[in-house]
Design a protein. Structure first.
Length: 91
């Protein structure tokens, strides 16, 4: 994904994963999940009081496809989907 993002002008080399917990969800204004299975996990972690701020990343309700273990072209396609899906969240 680093290469696919770089091809689109993004630098992910300093990205660090973060374990999501209830405190982090409580702190956030909005939490976006790339797929339904992650969204389900976020609902479990966040509890009922955070339901309104948890949603799928793509507006059309589709999952962002996971390119892990696939071809470079699949990573490029995924990066394009993520970039296009960001529009509703940017000013």
């Amino acid at each position: 994904m680093i290469k696919a993002a770089r091809a689109r002008g993004y630098d992910l080399t300093s990205h660090q994963p973060t374990q999501v917990d209830k405190t982090l969800i409580d702190w956030a204004d909005l939490v976006l999940a790339m797929d339904r299975s992650v969204l389900d996990q976020l609902h479990t972690i966040g509890g009922e009081d955070n339901t309104a701020k948890l949603r799928l990343y793509l507006d059309d309700g589709q999952d962002v496809p996971d390119p892990m273990g696939k071809r470079a072209a699949d990573f490029a396609d995924c990066a394009a989907i993520i970039e296009a899906g960001a529009a509703p969240y940017l000013p």
